[in-house]
Ligand binder design. Structure first.
Ligand code: ADP
Length: 289
């Protein structure tokens, strides 16, 4: 269990990146969702002991994360957003090198963990290939392999699906799902679909504050019976009455489709629709705008 209390961070340029963040994160996959600039990476880097917080406490079990950085690093696996690679080195050699840095000193232990992680991430066949030849998805899977060295208790994965094509993204999400429930795994994204497909618990962060936490299914269920949809010609303004909140609009075949929240049907031009996690997310962002 990871417990974050009142965590705050202001950068030297005056940006309040984290404003009193409180979160309780159990074992398993936890999704941290928010738009670009919301503070996700700032939170991840702080948890990964790479930057100082101004205020607050973070506990991983008994470990005081902000004070006892060495203890955290022993049990931490981290895949940063901009994971740099050594393009001329092959995957197996580099993973072996990372394993040494992680303190896996026994060469047989090291060989076994390198092999099992390359197999887990589906990179065993290409282990002799230079990393410079890897696709984006292969690089991210290699990033997960290095993050899993030494069986970490806290795994932090910062926006790993950015830039992946749909097939690579699918493979990567399947891999994350396989890592299991043994560790606290925090996964940040700006894509609602990533969370919906993967996480049993989630939080929405925006402008440095946690705006919503819960289980995706329950958060969606709370909108049941309150979601309505209408389509208007794109040049017409959609007219919505009081008590109606527009959650999202998009163009379809030259017409504007609006999804709105309302306790009852706003009018004859509306039909009831099933809520989804995107509605939950947009509602949350609307409420903090
Ligand atoms: P996210 O990961 O959700 O996109 P970040 O944590 O990267 O958000 O950024 C949160 C805010 O902090 C943004 O306004 C960003 O410009 C700012 N920021 C991030 N890193 C730094 C830094 N090292 N120095 C100054 N401002 C920063």
């Amino acid at each position: 269990m990871l417990t974050i209390e009142n965590l705050s961070k202001t950068y030297a340029n005056g940006v309040h990146a984290l404003r009193g963040v409180n979160l309780t994160i159990p074992r398993g996959l936890f999704g941290l969702l928010g738009p670009n600039g919301a503070g996700k990476s700032s939170l991840m880097r702080t948890l990964a002991t790479l930057q100082e917080a101004d205020d607050g406490t973070v506990k991983l079990g008994e470990i005081d994360v902000l004070r006892d950085k060495r203890a955290v690093r022993r049990v931490l696996g981290y895949l940063p957003q901009d994971f740099g690679l050594y393009p001329r080195i092959d995957a197996e050699t580099l993973l072996d090198h990372f394993a040494s840095l992680k303190g896996i000193d026994d060469s047989e232990d090291r060989r076994q963990s390198v092999e099992s992680l390359l197999r887990l991430t589906n990179l065993w066949q290409v282990r002799k290939q230079r990393l410079g030849t890897f696709s984006g998805g292969m690089r991210q899977r290699f990033g997960i392999a290095q993050a899993l060295l030494g069986k970490p208790e806290l795994i932090i994965v910062d926006e790993p699906t950015t830039g992946l094509d749909p097939e690579e993204r699918r493979r990567f999400l399947n891999l994350l799902a396989r890592i299991g429930e043994e560790a606290v795994i925090i996964f940040s994204t700006h894509l609602v679909a990533d969370i919906r497909e993967l996480c049993s618990e989630m939080a929405v962060i925006e402008k440095g504050s946690v705006r919503l936490t819960g289980q995706p299914d329950r958060l969606i269920a709370a909108l049941e019976g309150r979601l309505w949809c209408t389509t208007v010609e794109s040049h017409e303004p959609a007219v919505h009455g009081s008590g109606v909140t527009v959650l999202s609009t998009h163009l379809r075949a030259g017409r504007t489709v609006a999804r709105v929240e309302s306790a009852c049907c706003p009018g004859p031009a509306y039909r009831a629709v099933q809520p989804n996690l995107e509605d939950v997310y947009f509602k949350t962002l609307r409420e903090c705008a």
